[in-house]
Design a binder for this molecule. Structure first.
Ligand code: SAH
Length: 379
């Protein structure tokens, strides 16, 4: 929150801005105005906050800064319309966000077709690296470096809005990191998205590898944030091989928490499953998945595997191949009256984005300066 002894306002909630404002001897409602400038309008300069008196703006710039991410690079994929954004943090670590067009975004059957067409989903990162080390995930191979602050999470959307001049309607916490391990910042960022950036809570999805206590806590928030669980297998032995976190929190614990989340919120949970050849696409596995899916109202999102061979995975990760039986597996699930959604082949590229975010940590100041120029041009 501090930058050069000054308070960074980016990422502060209305409540926290109220404290800053009050400390400066101004009425608390000024926080509402600042909140709007920061998050609804995305301004980065106190001078632009024209409904605040000049002396107050000067006072603000003496004690506070608006310090966000530095955009480094964006890559548009003409094949599926996704755009990946690479950002530098103030300590020069890197993160990525992915803008996903309507047809291929994380789908939700409850929303209408017309709704689908105007939908623009941003997949945001919550940590630099990740400590969970799932065998199929690129981010895991980086190890864990640190949590993002609420400001670093929120600024991903502000920057993308500024760079593309498009309105983001949905947020998925499916980028780098495990959002529920950075719970407070993720919740603060969600609150800011809703109050300041016009994104309804039901259009925010948190995806987790499965931390039961945090899932329960999310259920008790009394928010409409959606829960997606990266399941990948309904058999403990298999899931533990794919996702080491399952050894600490096996399926029964996870399911108990998911069930409580449902009881509290009445919201269907999404299970994300990548089918791997010979690992979790067998009769026994699919049978177990069908039984598990009957326990709590859910939908199943089948994600095509995107290879992470570029990270040189070892152990089980090295041998993972996508299942050739995808269509048949989805048919089986549907025959059992389960809602199973498959991302289109174009979606594969997106999964690449959402499951493949591993950023090389090399510095490139020249590149950074170049893109900084670009960003200010399009702002
Ligand atoms: N840690 C959270 C969110 C980040 S991963 C979680 O585990 O859910 C976001 C989604 O991408 C998860 O469903 C994850 O299982 C999936 N994913 C990870 N690596 C992938 C890959 N190589 N191909 C396809 N999907 C992947």
């Amino acid at each position: 929150m501090e930058a050069k002894g000054k308070t960074n306002l980016l990422g502060l909630t209305k409540e926290q801005l109220g404290d800053v404002v009050e400390d400066l001897g101004e009425p608390r409602y000024r926080a509402q105005q600042i909140h709007e400038w920061l998050y609804a309008r995305g301004v980065t300069d106190f001078r632009a906050m024209t409904n605040l008196a000049k002396p107050f703006r000067d006072q603000l710039s003496r004690v506070a800064v608006i310090q966000g991410l530095t955009p480094l690079h964006q890559t548009f994929s003409p094949k599926d319309g996704t755009t990946k954004f690479l950002f530098a943090l103030s300590d020069d670590l890197r993160i990525e966000s992915v803008l996903i067009p309507p047809a291929t975004a994380f789908r939700d059957t409850e929303q209408q077709e017309e709704d689908e067409q105007s939908r623009l989903t941003l997949c945001v990162s919550t940590q630099v690296g990740c400590p969970l080390d799932c065998a199929f995930c690129a981010t895991g191979t980086m190890g864990f470096l640190r949590n993002l602050s609420a400001g670093e999470i929120v600024d991903q959307i502000l920057q993308v809005r500024r760079l593309t001049l498009r309105r983001v309607t949905n947020i998925v916490f499916m980028g780098m990191g495990e959002p529920l391990l950075n719970y407070d910042s993720v919740m603060a960022a969600s609150g800011i998205f809703t109050a300041g950036a016009g994104i309804a809570q039901k259009r925010i999805t948190v995806s987790t590898a499965g931390l039961p206590d945090r899932i329960r806590r999310l259920g008790l928030e009394k928010r409409k944030i959606k829960l997606a669980v990266s399941l990948h297998s309904a058999v403990d032995a298999t899931r533990s091989r794919l996702m080491p976190i399952n050894r600490r929190f096996p399926l029964e614990d996870l399911l108990a928490a998911v069930s409580e989340y449902y009881e509290e919120t009445g919201q269907r949970v999404t299970y994300e499953v990548i089918f791997f050849d010979g690992v979790n696409d067998t009769e026994r596995e699919v049978g177990a998945l069908i039984r598990l899916a009957r326990r709590v109202p859910c939908k199943i999102n089948v994600i095509p595997y995107h290879s992470i061979a570029f990270t040189d995975p070892t152990g089980i990760g090295a041998g993972l191949r996508p299942s050739p039986r995808l269509e048949e597996l989805v048919r089986r699930l549907r025959d059992h009256h389960l809602t199973a959604l498959v991302r289109s082949s174009a979606g594969e590229e997106i999964d690449a984005a959402c499951g493949q975010l591993a950023v090389r940590l090399s510095r490139s100041p020249g590149e950074r300066r170049a893109v900084r120029g670009l960003a200010s041009q399009s702002a």
